[in-house]
Design a protein around this ligand. Structure first.
Ligand code: THU
Length: 130
C-alpha cells in the first residue's frame, strides 16, 4: 500500500466532530514499516491532537524512531501542510531531506522536504553546552 493510500484510509477514522476536518497521516520508517494516525478532537478544543502526532506516537510505541517519509491527506482545495507544532514533531524523527507528501482527496499532490517545511529547526544540539 502506498503511503498516501494508508493516510487516506486512516483519515476515515478521524474523530473531528468540532472542525469536521478529517486528516490522515502515514509514515514509513527506515525498516519499511508503516504507521498511521488521524486527528482526534476533544470538547476541550486544545486537547485535540493532529494526525501526524498520532502516527508518530504509533511509531514510537512500536519501538521505532526514524521517519524515512511521511504522507498527510485531507479533503481540502489544495494539499494541506502540517501545522507548526507538527513540523517540529516530525523533525525530531526525520532527516532534513526526508520527503513529506501532501495530498488532497481529489488527488492533488505535492512533495516537500522536511527542511523546506521547517528551516532553522530547534534541535537537541542547541542544548549542548561546551
Ligand atoms: N490537523 C491535523 O490533524 N493535521 C494538520 O496537519 C493540520 C490540522 C487537524 C487538527 C484539527 O483536528 C483539524 O485538523 C482542524 O484544524
Amino acid at each position: 500500500m502506498s503511503l498516501i493510500d494508508a493516510a487516506r484510509a486512516v483519515r476515515e477514522n478521524a474523530y473531528a466532530p468540532y472542525s469536521n476536518f478529517k486528516v490522515g497521516a502515514a509514515l514509513r520508517t527506515k525498516s519499511g514499516a508503516i504507521y498511521s494516525g488521524c486527528n482526534v478532537e476533544n470538547a476541550a478544543y486544545p486537547e485535540g491532537t493532529c494526525a501526524e502526532a498520532g502516527a508518530i506516537a504509533a511509531m514510537v510505541a512500536a519501538g521505532e524512531t526514524e521517519i524515512a517519509e511521511i504522507a498527510v491527506v485531507a479533503h481540502s482545495p489544495t494539499p494541506i501542510t502540517p501545522c507548526g507544532g507538527c513540523r517540529q514533531k516530525i523533525f525530531e524523527f526525520a532527516a532534513p531531506d526526508a520527503v513529506v507528501l501532501l495530498a488532497t482527496l481529489d488527488g492533488d499532490q505535492k512533495s516537500m522536504s522536511m527542511s523546506e517545511l521547517l528551516p532553522g529547526a530547534f534541535v537537541k544540539a542547541h542544548m549542548d553546552t561546551a
